[in-house]
Design a protein around this ligand. Sequence first.
Ligand SMILES: Cc1cc2nc3c(=O)[nH]c(=O)nc-3n(C[C@H](O)[C@H](O)[C@H](O)COP(=O)(O)OP(=O)(O)OC[C@H]3O[C@@H](n4cnc5c(N)ncnc54)[C@H](O)[C@@H]3O)c2cc1C
Length: 381
Amino acid sequence: MSIPTPPFTDEHEELRASARGFIERELAPHAQRWEEEQWFPDEVFPKMAAQGLLGLKYPEEYGGQGGDYLHEAVLAEELARAGSGGTAAGIGAHINIATPPIWKFGTEEQKQRYLAPAIRGERIGALGITEPGAGSDVAAISTRAERVDGGWVLNGEKTYITNGVRAHFIVTAVKTTREGGHHGISFMIVDRREGVSSSALHKLGWQASDTATISFQDVFVGEENLLGPLNEGFKLIMANFQWERLVMALGSVGAMALAWERTAEFARQRSAFGRPLSGHQAIRHELADLATSVYTCRCVTYDALRRFIAGEEPLKEVTMAKLLTQRACFELMDACLQIHGGAGYMREYWVERAARDARLGPIGGGSDEIMREILGRVLGL
Ligand SMILES: Cc1cc2nc3c(=O)[nH]c(=O)nc-3n(C[C@H](O)[C@H](O)[C@H](O)COP(=O)(O)OP(=O)(O)OC[C@H]3O[C@@H](n4cnc5c(N)ncnc54)[C@H](O)[C@@H]3O)c2cc1C
């Protein structure tokens, strides 16, 4: 049986090689330091932009590379080589969740004002949906936008927002009717300005990323910053979920493959009881199982990607890929940590960080439980 594979061409493989080179040269050597500092520098964005990596799927008229989702998929997988889930998350939030709604639903003027500078790495974006009282149940958000002359005034709080401290603009979901809900939410692009304040949150993993609670206190947002149709914001939220989840699956596949390679090498080099670890059947079998998991996750993710690229609406396949890969990635990292023994528990080993970083997958971008709920519906249960 042939394996469903996205139609990667030579051009995609060239992109893969150059993105990998950049990531291994410019990002990976700093992973440990950025982890300790709980921050990666803003300069990473213009550096990525100079390589064309912030606008792979965006049209050339906004400074993008004129590519498509398949080019972006290559980068999503390669970003795992940064060795820092937090750095990949900060870059990924900018590319894959904050800017796509502007690209798809923004006016020409909004694209020039936000998308083009975002592609140049001059302005950093965040997506603000989650609130202290509403996560999985996105329709329950309560941040309120009151109509005033020339625009709206926002009050409320967003939380767990990636790039929430550094972002120059926040693509924000707000209630624009008293009831809110599916036909009462709108999107607004909120500039960092008076009334917008952020406080950094401390996390188990993704330490190099900046995750924040953002408060809006009487923040004026002009008419021209309404993104997409009024009261139809729920559709904007839904519109990017498939891509966001595919990106998470791709990132996990990349991280799993890399972790497997490094752990297999460690098992060949490290000896116990007179032979390499890989010479012990229990370890060899564990590595065989882990290789099978990497392969399975890649096949399922690539199949969902191929369908997505072909213009299908592969809700079932993307949901399954997200559900399968996020838990499998965490389990694989834990198994790799175990094979490293005490070294695996030490800060200076990559695997300790990778295991912590992987724990986010089953929670973020729609939790495992929400993926199962979607599948329940799709499967007619
Ligand atoms: C590091 C990090 C970065 C993030 N970045 C962003 C960001 O950039 N922008 C943004 O908007 N959000 C972001 N999030 C938020 C993330 O999307 C939410 O945390 C996630 O959607 C879960 O929402 P919640 O935390 O409110 O949990 P809740 O929705 O309160 O869920 C709590 C638990 O209950 C389960 N549960 C909920 N509903 C059901 C149900 N119907 N059936 C069974 N179980 C259920 C959940 O699966 C979970 O296990 C980020 C979160 C983290 C941790």
